[in-house]
Write a new protein. Structure first.
Length: 181
């Protein structure tokens, strides 16, 4: 059974988006070691999962990018979850319009490498609330935002996780990987 891995940047105080919608707090300085690790993780991904807003941002960027990330972002198949998107023109993209839990459960039942879920924040929250994430790979940035959109919001019950890995990088970023307890 395929697993869903959420890979997401998060502030020290648990926010994925700042109080005024800012997301630039997680950008450079680039960390060469973290970049190498992220690229290695991408070699094991079979499917990208994302919400509409993230899809539109990525679809406007990656096809024309010469970044080291561009090849895996463009070549790995993508599923965008949206009730409003009318077409998905980014190569190897499919729109999932059904119930999120049913769609993800169906994808988990397919053969293949794990799936990586990219934010945005509301998409990640929906996945967490529905218990659809098998592994949380949280890239913790050394910044406190003081408010904004938290990763974990409106959970029906506490979400118990086991820490399975920790990686520390020269820029002060730390990656904590958790799986369902």
């Amino acid at each position: 059974m395929r697993q869903v891995v959420l890979q997401m940047g998060i502030s020290l105080d648990g926010y994925v988006v700042g109080p005024n919608g800012q997301t630039d707090w997680g950008l450079p300085p680039e960390d060469a070691e973290l970049k190498t690790q992220k690229l290695e993780w991408l070699t094991r991904v079979g499917l990208h999962l994302m919400g509409r807003v993230t899809y539109e941002e990525m679809a406007s960027h990656w096809p024309s990018s010469d970044s080291d990330y561009a090849r895996p972002m463009n070549e790995i198949p993508k599923v965008v979850f949206s009730k409003t998107l009318t077409e998905a023109n980014w190569a190897d993209s499919h729109i999932a319009r059904g119930d999120l839990a049913e769609e993800i459960t169906s994808l988990k039942g397919e053969a293949g490498p794990h799936m990586i879920a990219w934010g945005g924040g509301t998409f990640a929250q929906a996945l967490a609330r529905a218990g659809l994430i098998d592994e949380y790979r949280l890239i913790i940035h050394p910044v406190a935002l003081g408010g904004g959109l938290p990763l974990f919001k409106d959970l029906a019950a506490p979400l118990h996780l086991d820490l399975v890995d920790t990686l520390r990088f020269p820029t002060g970023r730390v990656v904590h990987s958790y799986r369902k307890a």
